[in-house]
Ligand binder design. Structure first.
Ligand code: UD1
Ligand code: MG
Length: 453
C-alpha cells in the first residue's frame, strides 16, 4: 500500500543575514521566487499534502509559493524560535496522521525530488529519522553530521561546534524525513539549550537515539543542497541553477556557443537545433522553437520565436512578440505585442508595438509604429507583402493593405488600401547652385572673424 506523506516547507525565518526589506524566500532564482522552486521539487516527491510555515512577509510568501496544481496549507509561526519550533507550527497537519513527514527548507532552492524520495525510502525501511546530508569543501555555516561507529549520532550547528567538529565536511542539508507516527512525540522533546537559544530541528537525531529510535542519513549532491543565507550565496545559487539548466538544454539538442553568457528563466523553453549565440538573456515566458537562431546580445521576454526565425543581434522581444516561421527581427529592433508574419523582415532600427505584420512584408530601417497617444494604446495592421519605406512613422490606429507601398520618411495617419502607394512627406525642392553660394558666404564670414584684431 502506498505510504501517505506530509511535506512541511519552512519559510518563516527572519532572513537577517540577507539584509533585505523582504523575506529571502521571495528573492528570485531564474526570475522565480526561491520558494516556488522548492514547492516544485516537493510536489514531485509523491506527497499527499503540503504545509508551508510562514512568518515574516506571510502573505507575500504564501502567494509566491502558489504553483499550478499544488494545494498548499499555510501555517503561521508567530515567533521565530528556530527550525524545530517552526515545524511544530504545522502541528495540526502532523496530528492528522501520516506515514511519512518530510521537512524541507524554503532557502534551499536547487533541491530536486531525488533526495526527498531517498529519505522516504529510509522511513519505509524502518528508520524514524532520515537526515539528508551532503559532502562539501566549504562547510562553513552548515550544521555538521557527527558519526560514531559509522552511525549518525548528532547534528552540530556551526556555532555550537568544537574545533574538531568544525573540521567535518559532511553537512546537514536541513532536509529530513521523520516517521509520521512518532513525529509529534519526537518534536515535543526539542529544547533550546544552545548558542542561539533556539529550538533546533537538528536535535531530532540525538532525541531519536535517546528513545531507542533508528536514525539514518542519505547523501545528496552538494549543488542541490546549497542553502541561501546572504546575497553572495544567492548569486552562487543563481549561477548553479543557470549551469544546470543550460547543460540540460544542450544535452537535449540546443547549441550554445558560449553557454556561460546565456541567461535563462525558470520557464524558458528552447527547441532542438536552435542556436543561441553569446550574451543572450531570456526573461520569463520565452519559447524558442527548434531551428530558430538567436544572435548575440538579444533580450527576449514573454515572446515566441518559431522555427527558422532569426533574431538579433541586439534585438529586444517584449511580451506578446510572436515571430512566425522564417521571419527576421534584426539589430536594434524592438517588438512588443506584435505578430511578425511568415517570412516578414524587420531588419534594422525599428519599433513594432501593438501591431500585426503580414507574411512577406518588408519593414524598412527606422520604421516606428506610433502606438501610444500618451493615454491609450492603438493597433497598427500591416498587410502581407507590403513594403514600408525607411524611417516611416505609422500613427495608430492605422491599417496598411496587402502589397501596399509606403514611401520612405512618410508619416502615415490614414489607412492605406491594398496595392496603393502612400507618400506622407514634404515635396522635395531643388535649387541648382545654391549650395555653392551658401558655402562661399560661410567661408567669407569665417575669414572676416579671423581678420578682426
Ligand atoms: C539550517 C540548519 C543547518 C543546516 C542548514 C542548511 C538548523 C538548526 N540548522 O541552518 O544544520 O546545515 O539549515 O541550509 O536547523 N525558519 C523558520 N523559522 C525559524 C527559523 C528558520 O521557518 O524560526 C526557516 C527559514 O526560513 C529557512 C529555514 O528554516 O527557510 C532554515 O533557517 P536558517 O535560519 O536559514 O537556518 P540555517 O542557519 O541555514
Ligand atoms: Mg539557511
Amino acid at each position: 500500500m502506498e505510504r501517505t506523506c506530509l511535506a512541511i516547507i519552512l519559510a518563516a525565518g527572519d532572513s537577517t543575514r540577507m539584509k533585505s526589506s523582504k523575506s529571502k524566500v521571495l528573492h528570485p532564482i531564474a526570475n522565480r521566487p526561491m520558494i516556488a522552486h522548492v514547492v516544485d521539487a516537493v510536489a514531485k516527491s509523491d506527497i499527499s499534502s503540503v504545509a508551508l510555515v510562514v512568518g515574516r512577509d506571510a502573505d507575500e510568501v504564501a502567494m509566491a509559493a502558489q504553483v499550478e496544481g499544488v494545494k498548499i496549507e499555510t501555517y503561521l509561526q508567530k515567533e521565530r524560535l528556530g527550525t524545530g519550533h517552526a515545524v511544530l507550527a504545522a502541528h495540526d497537519a502532523i496530528a492528522r496522521g501520516y506515514d511519512d513527514i518530510i521537512v524541507t527548507y524554503g532557502d534551499v532552492p536547487l533541491q530536486t525530488e531525488g533526495p526527498l524520495k531517498a529519505a522516504r525510502q529510509g522511513l519505509a525501511e524502518g528508520s524514524d529519522v532520515v537526515v539528508i546530508g551532503f559532502h562539501t569543501d566549504k562547510p562553513t555555516g552548515y550544521g555538521r553530521l557527527l558519526v560514531k561507529d559509522s552511525e549518525l549520532i548528532a547534528i552540530r550547528e556551526e556555532r555550537d561546534a568544537a574545533d574538531a567538529e568544525r573540521a567535518v565536511k559532511w553537512c546537514n542539508s536541513g532536509l529530513m524525513a521523520i516517521n509520521g507516527r512518532k513525529a509529534l512525540e519526537l518534536l515535543s522533546r526539542i529544547g533550546n539549550a544552545n548558542a542561539k537559544g533556539e529550538y533546533y530541528l537538528t536535535d531530532l537525531v540525538e532525541i531519536a537515539h535517546s528513545i531507542g529510535g533508528r536514525v539514518a542519513a542519505v547523501d545528496a549532491p552538494e549543488i542541490e543542497m546549497t542553502g541561501c543565507n546572504n546575497r553572495a550565496e544567492l548569486a552562487v545559487i543563481e549561477r548553479l541553477w543557470q549551469e544546470r539548466r543550460r547543460d540540460e538544454m544542450m544535452i537535449s539538442g540546443v547549441t550554445m556557443i558560449a553557454p556561460e553568457t546565456v541567461f535563462l528563466s525558470y520557464d524558458t523553453t528552447i527547441g532542438q537545433d536552435a542556436l543561441i549565440e553569446p550574451n543572450v538573456v531570456f526573461g520569463p515566458g520565452a519559447t524558442i522553437d527548434g531551428g530558430a537562431i538567436i544572435h548575440a546580445f538579444s533580450h527576449i521576454e514573454g515572446a515566441h520565436v518559431s522555427a527558422g526565425a532569426i533574431v538579433g543581434p541586439f534585438a529586444r522581444l517584449r511580451p506578446g512578440a510572436d515571430l512566425a516561421n522564417g521571419s527576421k527581427v534584426g539589430n536594434f529592433c524592438e517588438v512588443k505585442n506584435g505578430k511578425i508574419g511568415e517570412g516578414a523582415k524587420v531588419n534594422h532600427l525599428t519599433y513594432i508595438g501593438d501591431a500585426k505584420v503580414g507574411a512577406g512584408a518588408n519593414i524598412g530601417a527606422g520604421t516606428i509604429t506610433c502606438n501610444y497617444d500618451g493615454v491609450n494604446k492603438h493597433q497598427t495592421l500591416i498587410g502581407a507583402n507590403t513594403f514600408i519605406g525607411s524611417n516611416s512613422s505609422l500613427v495608430a490606429p492605422v491599417s496598411i493593405g496587402d502589397s501596399a507601398y509606403i514611401a520612405a520618411g512618410s508619416v502615415i495617419t490614414a489607412d492605406v488600401p491594398a496595392d496603393a502607394l502612400a507618400l506622407g512627406r514634404a515635396h522635395q525642392e531643388l535649387k541648382p547652385g545654391r549650395a555653392a553660394v551658401l558655402r562661399e558666404r560661410a567661408f567669407a564670414i569665417k575669414a572676416a572673424k579671423k581678420a578682426k584684431p
